[in-house]
Every structure is written in structure tokens, then in C-alpha cells.
Design a protein around this ligand. Structure first.
Ligand SMILES: C[S@@+](CC[C@H](N)C(=O)[O-])C[C@H]1O[C@@H](n2cnc3c(N)ncnc32)[C@H](O)[C@@H]1O
Length: 509
């Protein structure tokens, strides 16, 4: 007998199989709220493009029975075994009679639907074949008039296909990962949705209220109608798991909320799509951004750390001259606090951690000292030049060059996304970002450091990061440049804008 709620294997092949198929079931308290929305207004047919174990069908039967209505159930599902699980959890052959076994994105049924509800499979782009990616590109092009960035996962195309099949006046409720509004493709996607449909509401969840507690994804619900767009939408933060408040609020037509479990804001649509729909509203307050004071670059991508990133002892044993070695840091965990000193690098050396980036330039092989030649020949024997990133370099061993940045940024973490003062003069590999002040004056750098390490600045990271289920965030270089630096702090430290960057807080007239 299948179990509800779903018991998730935490690791191993069983978990991997779930990931590959995107089989994470929606909990009932969420399914109820979503189904309430799509069948409001008297809709009697419910379509779920990714039926799985049938959570939404069961919610529709439950809610239909209560209201004395029969809801006609329709859907698609790729995996017949998932439907077997649906049977075991109480759905009948009749309930499942109109579920087609097909790929909803690539081979959808012909109809249009008045009520579409889904938890689409969250299949990230790197699990998709290039042939499928081409078909997905063509779908976006035909609907939006543009292709979406190649990093959009399958769930994004589920949403597109479902919007294409949403009847005029119809309603759609999708539960999706926050990357739907945070990925590089998000601006194009949401501009199109915002001008073509009516976004009624967006529901987000506090980390402790996550609908999928053991999955590192930050879920959100979108309530969308095929109707004239409006300039405002409701943005909700749900603060308690298993609460009835969400369903009650949806049932009231988004009017009644007397529950402390929901925080509700009326937001301007263009503000929401610019800030990112997963993020709380952010008022324009004239604060400058990090980009006004510094530029941000990712760390060095070697393409083969095991070959290019050496311990001091390995480098000595190989006899590689100092001139071809650069002090580097290869993982965030090697930096303990907010300062990184030469003593810290020596301590890593003593522990046998790699700290030397082997960094050949672009000269011909025979122009290197003999120890370097020997080592590069070992790399050739390993056929490193055939690896994806390395094969784009000419010659294959020519390492990227970065000067040592005064600040590093640990961009991924639960509570430890943070700036680091780089007193050790290291360059980071891709585990950290490089932050280069626009002015090399030591006083400017010291003042900028006082601003960057301040908790008020660090708190602003949630406005630019991509969020994951358990409160973790990830910040990309371009987004970090948009980090707001509180003007009060800037004034207090006496930090001044570099003359070539834009002015802030200047009132004209
Ligand atoms: C995240 S689960 C959600 C299932 C269920 N509706 C729920 O909310 O619990 C997604 C389901 O989509 C199915 N699926 C994956 N790819 C699909 C595709 N291309 N077309 C239709 N269904 C697909 C998976 O087998 C899985 O059962």
C-alpha cells in the first residue's frame, strides 16, 4: 500500500529515481487550496497534466463532494507506475479513465481546459537531452516569440504548455520551485505571462512552513487566470505548515484573512516581476548597490581540479617553479571566518589541503621549463584536452587569469553566504566569487569592507539570491552587484562613490 504523506528515501538510487522522474507528491493542505482556486466560479472539469499518485484528483473529489458537485477528472501522466500508486491510494478506474499516458509538454492532448492544476516534474536542464532541449526551445519560440535561456528546466515548459491550453476565463494553479522567478530565463517568462494573463496571486512559504520539508527546493504557488492582465497582484507568505488558512483564504475569493499564518501584500506587478516574485516587496529607497562600488566575477574554473589544483607538497615533488603556481582556495569550507590570512593558507598546507593553482600561460609546450613540460605531458596522457571546458581553451593548459581580489564572497549557503576579506592574496576557484573594488585606494577598500561585513548588508542578500527550501540561498555574480548597501552605513563609514559610477541620493530641482 502506498503511503501518504509520501515517505521520501533520503539518498541513494531510490532518491535519484524520484529526481529523474520528478515524483514528489503534493501534500493535501496545499492540494486543497490549489483545487479550490481552479474550480471556483463553477468549473466542473479539472485537468492535471502530471497526475502522479493523484493528489489533486482526490482533493477534487473531496471538495466536490462537500459542495455537492461532481468534478470531471482529466489528465496526463508519463509513468503508468505512478497511476498504480494512485489506484492504491483510493482512486477508481473511473476516476483515472481520462488520464492519457503521454508526455504533456511534447505530446499533449488536443483539448483546452477551464481548470488546470499541477505540480509539474522538477527536472533540471542538465537532465534533458539536446534533442528535447531543441523541441522545448521551439515551443517557447512559438508562444513567447523568444527562446528561453537553456537553463530552464522541464517544469517551465509545463507551465508554458498549460497556459497555452488554458481556456478563456479558465484558471490555473501551479506549484513550482522558486527558480521559476529567479533563473536567468525568469525576466522573459514573466514579462510574457504578465502581459498575456491575469496573475491573481503568488504564495510563498517561510522555510519552516515548506510544503516539501525534506527537499532542498523552495516551493511557490501561482494562481493565474486567462483574463485581462491587471497591474496588481496578491503576494502571500505562508508561515505555518498544514494550516487551513490558505484554503480558507482561497475559498473566500482572496478576501477574508483573519489568520496569523498568512502575510498578505497587494503588490504592483511590475515591481513584483522586477524584484522577483519569490521575494518580499522591496521599496525603492535610493540605496546604492554593490555594483556602484565594485565589480564581481566568478572564481577560476580549471576544468580539472585534480590536475591543476595541487597541494604545496605535490607542487614541490613535481618541481614546478613558483612562477607557475598561484595561491588559491578551492572550497568554501577551507575559509573559516570572515578574514583569510597567509597563516590560514599555511594551516591548510599543514593539513595537506591543495592551495596551489598550477597556472601555465599560453606559450608552446617546449618553451616551458622541463618540470612543467613533464607534468603537462601527464595531462595529455590523461586526455584532459577532451574535457568539456578544457577543450574550449587554446592551448588546453592555458589557465584563466584573475588578480587576487581584496574580497571574496561565499555565494552558497544556509546561514553562511558572506563576504571574506582576502589578506592572503589568494585567487578563488569557482567555490567563491571575486569582488574587485572600483577604487584601489586602501582607505576606500577598508571602508567598503566595513559596509560589506555589516549584518544589515548581509541581510539584504535575500533580495538578490536564489532561494532553496531550507532557507539556503545562492547568489550569482550579476545579482551580487545588485546587492543594496544601506545608505546609512555608507554615510557612517565615509565611503564615497567612485567618480566613474552613477550618483545616488541626488535630488534634482
Ligand atoms: C511532482 S509529481 C506530481 C504528481 C501529483 N500531481 C502531485 O502533485 O503529487 C510530477 C509527476 O509528473 C510525471 N511526469 C514526468 N514527466 C512528465 C511528462 N513529460 N508528462 C506528464 N507527466 C510527467 C511524473 O511521473 C510525476 O508523477
Amino acid at each position: 500500500m502506498a503511503t501518504f504523506p509520501q515517505q521520501l528515501p533520503s539518498t541513494g538510487p531510490a532518491r535519484e529515481a524520484l529526481r529523474q522522474k520528478g515524483q514528489f507528491w503534493t501534500p493535501d493542505w496545499i492540494a486543497d487550496a490549489m483545487v479550490c482556486y481552479v474550480i471556483a466560479g463553477g468549473h466542473t472539469t479539472l485537468f492535471d497534466p502530471a497526475v502522479g499518485a493523484g493528489v489533486f484528483f482526490r482533493a477534487a473529489k473531496r471538495l466536490g463532494n462537500k459542495a455537492g458537485r461532481t468534478i470531471d477528472l482529466q489528465g496526463t501522466e508519463l509513468d503508468p507506475d505512478a497511476l498504480e500508486e494512485a489506484r492504491q491510494t483510493g482512486l477508481t478506474e473511473l476516476d483515472l479513465a481520462n488520464v492519457a499516458i503521454t508526455d504533456f509538454v511534447l505530446h499533449p492532448p488536443n483539448g483546452v481546459y477551464e481548470a488546470i492544476v499541477a505540480n509539474p516534474p522538477y527536472i533540471r536542464h542538465h537532465r534533458l537531452t539536446s534533442q528535447v532541449k531543441e523541441q522545448l526551445k521551439a515551443l517557447a519560440l512559438s508562444m513567447i516569440g523568444k527562446v528561453l535561456d537553456g537553463r530552464s528546466g522541464y517544469h517551465i515548459y509545463f507551465l508554458l504548455r498549460a497556459l497555452q491550453r488554458l481556456e478563456k476565463g479558465g484558471r490555473l494553479a501551479f506549484i513550482m520551485p522558486a527558480d521559476t522567478c529567479e533563473g536567468v530565463f525568469a525576466a522573459t517568462l514573466w514579462k510574457w505571462i504578465a502581459r498575456s494573463f491575469c496573475l491573481d496571486a503568488v504564495v510563498t512559504f517561510a522555510p519552516h512552513a515548506s510544503p516539501f520539508p525534506n527537499v532542498d527546493t523552495n516551493a511557490m504557488i501561482f494562481f493565474i487566470r486567462n483574463a485581462e492582465p491587471r497591474s496588481e497582484f496578491l503576494w502571500v507568505k505562508c508561515n505555518r505548515r498544514d494550516s487551513d488558512a490558505l484554503k480558507t483564504w482561497v475559498l473566500s475569493g482572496f478576501t477574508v484573512n483573519d489568520s496569523p499564518d498568512l502575510e498578505i501584500h497587494v503588490r504592483d506587478l511590475s515591481e513584483g516581476t522586477t524584484t522577483g516574485l519569490s521575494r518580499a516587496p522591496l521599496e525603492e529607497n535610493g540605496d546604492p548597490t554593490l555594483g556602484d562600488f565594485a565589480t564581481v566575477l566568478r572564481g577560476i574554473a580549471t576544468g580539472a581540479n585534480e590536475f591543476f589544483f595541487l597541494t604545496r607538497k605535490q607542487a614541490e615533488d613535481l618541481g614546478i617553479p613558483e612562477g607557475f603556481l598561484i595561491r588559491a582556495i578551492g572550497r568554501t569550507r577551507d575559509v573559516f571566518g570572515e578574514l583569510l590570512s597567509i597563516q590560514d593558507i599555511e594551516a591548510l598546507d599543514a593539513k595537506g589541503r591543495p592551495t596551489r593553482l598550477f597556472s601555465p600561460d599560453g606559450r608552446s609546450l617546449h618553451d616551458f621549463p622541463s618540470a612543467v613540460q613533464e607534468y603537462l605531458k601527464q595531462g595529455e596522457a590523461l586526455r584532459l584536452m577532451e574535457r568539456p571546458l578544457i577543450s574550449t581553451r587554446k592551448p588546453w593548459y592555458k589557465m584563466e587569469v584573475r588578480s587576487a581580489p581584496p574580497f571574496l564572497f561565499a555565494y552558497l549557503g544556509r546561514r553562511n553566504a558572506r563576504f571574506i576579506r582576502n589578506y592572503a592574496g589568494v585567487v578563488p576557484l569557482t567555490c567563491l566569487l571575486c569582488v574587485y573594488p572600483r577604487n584601489n585606494d586602501p582607505i576606500f577598500i577598508d571602508r567598503l569592507w566595513e559596509v560589506l561585513r555589516n549584518p544589515e548588508t548581509v541581510n539584504n542578500l535575500i533580495h538578490v539570491g536564489k532561494s532553496y527550501g531550507d532557507g539556503a540561498i545562492k547568489v550569482e555574480p550579476r545579482s551580487l552587484e545588485k546587492l543594496r548597501l544601506p545608505k546609512g552605513l555608507i554615510d557612517a563609514t565615509g565611503l564615497e562613490l567612485h567618480p566613474t559610477t552613477r550618483q545616488f541620493g541626488l535630488s534634482l530641482g
